[in-house]
Write a protein that binds this ligand. Sequence first.
Ligand code: ATP
Ligand code: MG
Length: 455
Amino acid sequence: MNATPNTSTDLHKVEPSRSQAKLLREYAIEVVRALTSRNYIAYFAGGCVRDEIMGLLPSDYDVATNATPEEVQQIFGKQRSLMIGEAFGVVCVHQRRGGQSLQVEVATFRSDGSYIDGRRPDSVVFTSPELDAQRRDFTINGVFYDPIEEKTIDFVQGQNDIASKIIRAIGDPFHRFAEDRLRLLRAIRFTSRFGFSLDRATWQAICEMADRIVEVSPERIATEMRKMLSFPRGRRQSMELLHDSGLLRAILNEAAVLLDQSKPIRLRSLSRIERLQTNNWIVALVALLWDDLQSNKIDAASFSHTIKDRWRLSNEEELEFRFVVTAQKWLLQADNSPWSQLQPLLLSPHIESAISLTELLLEESVSDFIGVKRALDRMRETLKQDIATWNPPQLIDGRLLIEMKVPTGPEYAKLIRLGRAAQLDGVILNDQDARRWLEEMLARSTSKECSTDTL
Ligand code: ATP
Ligand code: MG
């Protein structure tokens, strides 16, 4: 097996360091050895074998064995093992070593029982290595490796497909996608992540079955979308394949509609997600939909709510989406935006995400954006400084308003907001300024010429 690790790859979202990967691999070998020394069969299985053949650093190791979950737990003891999917025969074997928490998933060779509604199998049967390979999704994911004998065990010709860079369903693709429709998305994800091509029959089945992806649970769809939009390298191809197969229309019609609008919009949107450097999937989603968000064809507030509902996203993800969109109004002209508009943006945990999109959008701008770029750099510098230096305590607050006998009402909140802006923009520098400013505002609001609307 060719195991020359390629550390410069961006194919993994969370890429382990070379030393972490080495430690984990050694631990996984120990786990295999503990099983084989007791006369069980145990192999590396799934993604780690594929990654090692490709010269990539696996982010985790899975072991497949003929020991039952109970036997695995007996060997490693309850302290070092945890049943994580008893019904599926999966035990997580773990240990802390060198300050690192090591864990390996040990699964009993199995063959999946019947599938209900194209979701997950409702039962499993423990079987042979060969049948376990057959139940896996794609040939590249179906190869075993024996790390003790240093031998590859390949029942599905996965090595050939890795060498030819092909994603091919194991067995009849229609049948395999009908069993678990999530595999439709997984096929696209692996293809684009590795820059492979799809086997013709596998692609045909994906196109014909695309509409049925909606039968998969929203959480599983969201997990795949997060992954596809996270890997910078595969993002563009993922979205193109999702679009061309009809999957995008089924799960993110807003993007399908946008990509169908015109060739320039399609190319611009795809190039945008391709150029985006960050691993942040929310930023990638905004970047993909930007043309329609900007023109308000897609309303950011209602879309973020819809997508949260559709994919069961977290509140934080919804907030981030909305912030990244709305902050652009000020960030795209950061050199002309008042500090009172920019400073509150810095208080958001999502400011870095928003700036990464701004920088991307600026690259598309025909006008000179050097001033904006400098302003964004200054914002980043500010963020590095102690928050007290750029976020001073309010000079106009409730206490002062009570003292100055401002009646509670709608003006109250407005005065605090405007007072804060005046303070940040340098109009109010101290307590004395604050009182003077407040008196002026109150005088204006009670004078005949100015209604309270001026507040
Ligand atoms: P990644 O690096 O993205 O984790 P992976 O191949 O390790 O890729 P996992 O989802 O961790 O993917 O699954 C581990 C293995 O389990 C796969 O390589 C595959 O053999 C099998 N597998 C996972 N999901 C499915 C599925 N839906 N249908 C069939 N086999 C699957
Ligand atoms: Mg994995």
